[in-house]
Write a protein that binds this ligand. Structure first.
Ligand code: SAM
Length: 273
């Protein structure tokens, strides 16, 4: 039964505020599961199972499946759809309040989700900054967000740097609003992120790295030396020495830097004084 029929039978009105655009295109659902490439060792976390269209497919390939859904109005639907499967745990909670590391450590796990778009960045941060990260994430996101995440130098953003620090993102496929019900206002893309065992750049102080990145992007389209100077409260001499130590031209803009260049700036900042 498709999501529209299910919510009509159970009398549940989809909530726009919870990003409830249910995916009903069977090819897209199959493609997401195939892209996840779940091995017998992997546990699976699904964020936002909704009416269970993706969940029932995942249940057929995952040895352990944990789903986290915030809207308990969907309980009668989800529980009826998942009744044939005994190995699925449903947690009725906001994913941002769930300690995913505690659920899955020390084993490998994959996250699969048709994300609620209103909290895409917060969910990405929550999962990627977890002390036990998933080995792969397969996420339906807004196309524009997927493109920002896979960007290369010249078009980098805080989001691109943050994701690419933890893993390699790739766009697996793109979908039109007609694949969902109700139709979202935006195009969608399935993004995969294969996380790294070790960060791709050498950063002694991760907190300082992200502080420098945030400071650099803090003033859009400003030259980096001005953005870093004002956001990190440095005088012009300190700013000049950071760029000299890092071997970078302070007139560059944040969007143009590679991760290695952000790491060099971080090292230079840590050597100040
Ligand atoms: N997986 C279903 C599908 O593909 O049709 C539903 C996807 S729908 C885009 C997003 C789902 O995330 C909804 O079921 C919504 O209730 C749920 N959701 C929204 N905010 C959430 C949160 N903070 N934590 C967990 N689930 C959330």
């Amino acid at each position: 039964m498709n999501p529209k029929e299910l919510v009509e039978i159970y009398g549940v009105e989809p909530k726009k505020s919870l990003g409830q655009n249910f995916l009903h295109d069977p090819n897209a659902l199959d493609k997401i599961v195939a892209t996840a490439d779940i091995t017998p060792e992997d546990a699976v976390l699904e964020v936002g199972p909704g009416t269970g269209a993706l969940t029932t497919r995942l249940a057929q390939v995952a040895k352990r499946l944990v789903t986290v859904e915030v809207d308990d109005r969907l309980a009668p639907i989800l529980e009826s759809q998942l009744a044939p499967y005994s190995h699925i745990e449903i947690i009725w909670q906001d994913i941002l309040q769930v300690d995913v590391a505690a659920l899955f450590a020390p084993g490998p796990y994959v996250v699969v989700a048709n994300l609620p778009y209103y909290i895409t960045s917060a969910i990405l941060r929550h999962l990627l900054e977890s002390r036990h990260r998933p080995r792969r994430l397969v996420l339906m996101v807004q196309t524009e967000v997927a493109e920002r995440i896979v960007a290369k130098p010249d078009e980098m953003s805080i989001l691109a740097v943050s994701v690419q620090y933890y893993g390699k993102p790739r766009i697996a496929t793109r979908l039109k609003p007609a694949a969902f019900w109700p139709r979202p206002d935006v195009d969608s893309a399935v993004l995969t992120i294969d996380t790294f065992a070790q960060p791709p750049v050498n950063v002694a102080d991760e907190r300082l790295f992200f502080q420098v990145v945030r400071a650099g992007f803090g003033q859009k389209r400003k030259q980096l030396k001005n953005a870093l100077g004002s956001n990190l409260h440095l005088d012009s001499e300190q700013t000049a020495s950071i760029f000299e130590l890092a071997g970078l031209d302070g007139r560059r803009r944040a969007e143009t830097l590679t991760l290695a260049e952000w790491a060099a700036l971080t090292t230079a900042c840590s050597q100040l004084n």
